[in-house]
Design a binder for this molecule. Structure first.
Ligand SMILES: [Zn+2]
Length: 154
């Protein structure tokens, strides 16, 4: 069976960014006040100081940022969260990243293998495409965004 890569949330990222830029988060920018929104805001500018009359256009967000905070999840969430007790539990790492140009903080998981031991506040990271889940029955690969250290100086 063929496998289909499907964004876990449509319109929040692209795997084919501008100028061959690869994976990019997608937000929207208000043409009146230049405020940028992620998750994308497509109906109204939410900046209370906006003069109004602007249009919200899709923009790719910074491919890099710096670690603002981080933590990991080491145990299965309790009810009412759905979690298959027979599936092996794999710890995951969450990181909050302050994007380079926008200055906004975006939350995400780290790329596979990147644990809290490899992170530090202020460290440079880049956004990359990753897999959240694979549904063997339908062949659907649910894609998402992840962050990984660039190896650059903090
Ligand atoms: Zn605005």
């Amino acid at each position: 069976m063929g496998r289909t890569r499907t964004p876990v949330v449509s319109g929040w990222f692209t795997e084919d960014g501008p100028e061959g830029g690869g994976f990019r988060l997608l937000g929207t920018r208000c043409s009146a006040c230049t405020a940028v929104f992620f998750p994308r805001e497509d109906a109204y500018c939410r900046n209370p100081r906006c003069p109004g009359g602007g249009l919200l256009a899709e923009v790719p967000l910074s491919p890099r940022g710096r670690v603002w905070s981080y933590t990991d999840g080491r145990y299965r969430p309790p009810a009412p969260y759905a979690s298959d007790p027979d599936a092996p539990w794999e710890p995951y790492t969450l990181v909050a990243v302050e994007l380079e140009a926008e200055g906004m903080v975006v939350l995400g998981q780290t790329a596979p293998g990147v644990t809290v031991a490899e992170l530090a506040v202020g460290m440079e990271v880049e956004v990359v495409g990753g897999v959240l889940n694979e549904d063997a029955d339908t062949g659907t690969v649910w894609t998402t965004w992840q962050f990984r250290p660039t190896g650059g100086a903090a």
